[in-house]
Design a protein around this ligand. Structure first.
Ligand code: S3P
Length: 181
């Protein structure tokens, strides 16, 4: 891939695959601005994501998410961390694939489970994982989503890498053209 073809770097992947922390590491390294779709949704709605799900339901959340994805993909030179479910939606997927280079940050279900619970079985439940953020539910949802995630331009395995190492791997794929001089 030619580095001058990278208009935005878009990070997709399951919850806790490291999209936000890798986004921060990338932004530090290449100087592009970081955009976190979940943060934008929270700002638009004026409340946390768990409250949007509770008060208005998943469909309303997805509607908001589509608007945010469209908006943040309009500009270039951005590092965009997308919410874990956003790339599953056909319209969002087309937008992201058209507007930038999409990296799927992969992680095994066990890794995701460990990161989500932090070893604490009483960690707050994620809206889509339910009580206990169970490994079974993570495994099932990840399998359902794989056909969409596999349409990303590139995949990077994150299980044994730090966010900074994942960022390095991504920048290597992108080439030197986007690095700060
Ligand atoms: C979701 C992932 C979350 C957030 C929402 C829905 C999903 O984002 O957008 O809870 O459908 O996987 P993260 O992947 O940043 O946790």
């Amino acid at each position: 891939m030619q580095s001058d073809q990278v208009r935005n770097i878009i990070l997709v992947g399951f919850m806790a695959s490291g999209k936000s922390s890798v986004g921060r590491a990338l932004s530090r390294r290449c100087g592009w601005t970081r955009w976190d779709a979940d943060d934008e949704i929270v700002a638009w709605a004026g409340k946390p994501i768990a409250d949007i799900f509770r008060d208005s339901g998943e469909d309303a959340f997805r509607e908001l998410e589509r608007s945010v994805v469209k908006e943040i993909c309009l500009e270039t030179g951005r590092i965009i961390a997308a919410g874990g479910g956003s790339f599953i939606d056909d319209e969002n997927r087309r937008t992201m694939l058209d507007c930038g280079t999409v990296f799927y940050l992969s992680a095994r279900p066990e890794t995701i489970h460990r990161r989500v619970t932090g070893g604490n079985p009483n960690a707050p439940a994620r809206p889509l994982l339910g009580e206990g953020n169970s490994l079974e539910r993570i495994t099932e949802l990840l399998a359902q989503r794989m056909p969409a995630y596999s349409q990303a331009h590139h995949a990077v395995e994150t299980d044994n890498l730090t966010p900074d190492q994942v960022a390095q791997a991504i920048l290597k794929i992108c080439g030197p053209g986007i690095l700060k001089i």
